[in-house]
Design a protein around this ligand. Structure first.
Ligand code: AMP
Ligand code: MG
Length: 360
């Protein structure tokens, strides 16, 4: 062992903080405690970038990153409906038989079903056959006939999913045989929420988890103590329309620009209106939800996109106890935000003349 303590440990113990600050002030060369660890992976059908600053009390930042990547792949292998051997695929192929679930999948499924009920079925995890028929899960895009859509809409019904437990209290689920589900609307937010809680448990205080397609989990703020600054995509362009400051919060965005195909000049996107089995056309181009729960932000962004501005605002008013804020961007480019974001949302350069309505 050398005479000097380990570089990364130099500033960490509380007793050394003042000494360290003094050394920095005197220009004596303070070592950084907030080393950046970052990785980019492809998982859950999107690109994810996980960034962690510094180390935890008993785990290094890099090690925590590795653990998180393993967890994401594990959750994906269990929860991705398009993977033949996943728990969800087994449930979809069960023909009405009861299927055992892991604790995490049962937890996610239970919370997703609660959100389906809360949103009056605007979020409906059994929209899967419709998403599949339109080609959003396979890339083989096509516009189904009216008769097909009617048949598909008749099969969207989250109340046909039953959670239960086996004799040994292991979680199970049962699905009506003509119904299929997918957790794509909530899985990334759930993963972010789990990983954010893990980082807090191991004592990492600054991290930004980008779970793809504007699904973000922020742990603390930046290493310098300022909030994370997240760009909000202009749904009608390439750039960022606004900037949102986040600290210890999650964010989820659902937008028609994220995944779509075009036929005869019409855009068809991946967010399905459960009432019609067709892409939701509610007058909104994107919805961003901010709050403490990643799963809630992810699920509600999808649901509020289906509802539209008026119904979505009424939902927000009626569910203030859920603790979430919203940025609605309409087809005509107008922006509406809930008052909780007045101090943390700002328009980006080039969008300064855009009118922002604060909802009440
Ligand atoms: P998100 O990108 O979080 O808005 O979720 C969209 C994904 O969830 C789609 O790719 C579909 O797999 C699925 N989905 C589409 N519409 C709905 C809906 N109304 N409720 C639940 N899941 C949906
Ligand atoms: Mg979502």
């Amino acid at each position: 062992m050398g005479l000097l303590p380990h570089k990364k440990a130099l500033c960490r113990p509380l007793a050394l903080v003042l000494t360290c600050a003094l050394m920095c002030a005197l220009g004596a060369g303070c070592q950084q405690t907030d080393e950046k660890h970052e990785t980019t992976i492809f998982a859950m059908d999107t690109v994810m970038t996980l960034t962690v600053y510094g180390d935890g009390e008993r785990i290094g930042g890099q090690e925590a990153l590795d653990e998180m990547v393993e967890t994401i792949y594990l959750l994906e292998s269990r929860q991705d409906a398009t993977r033949e051997d996943s728990e969800i695929a087994r449930l979809n192929q069960s023909g009405g038989e009861t299927v055992p679930l892991s604790g995490e999948t049962a937890d996610l499924l239970g919370q997703a079903l609660e959100l389906c009920a809360l949103t009056g079925g605007a979020l409906d995890i059994t929209a899967y056959p419709a998403a599949e028929t339109w080609g959003f899960t396979t890339g083989e895009y096509r516009v189904p006939s009216d008769a097909e859509l009617e048949e598909l809409a008749g099969r969207i019904d989250y109340t046909q999913v039953q959670l239960g437990s086996s004799g040994e209290l292991l979680p199970t689920a049962t699905l009506a045989s003509d119904v299929e589900l997918d957790l794509g609307a909530v899985a990334k937010g759930y993963a972010g929420e789990q990983l954010g809680a893990y980082l807090k448990r191991v004592g990492i205080t600054s991290a930004l988890l980008d779970l793809g397609q504007s699904t973000i989990q922020a742990v603390g703020g930046k290493p310098d103590g300022s909030p994370w600054r997240i760009g909000i995509q202009d749904p009608a362009g390439e750039g960022y329309l606004g900037v949102l400051e986040l600290e210890d919060q999650a964010m989820g965005t659902s937008g028609g620009y994220q995944r779509y195909f075009e036929e005869d000049g019409v855009h068809y996107w991946h967010i399905i209106d459960p009432a019609t089995a067709a892409p939701a056309r509610s007058g909104l181009a994107s919805v961003t939800v901010v709050g403490p729960s990643g799963l809630t932000c992810d699920g509600l962004s999808t649901a509020l996109f289906v509802m539209g501005l008026e119904e979505g605002t009424a939902f927000w008013r009626a569910h203030r106890s859920l603790d979430f804020d919203v940025i609605f961007i309409s087809d005509d480019g107008s922006v509406s935000i809930t008052p909780g974001l007045e101090g943390s949302f700002s328009l980006a350069d080039g969008y300064q003349d855009r009118e922002v309505t604060v909802l009440s």
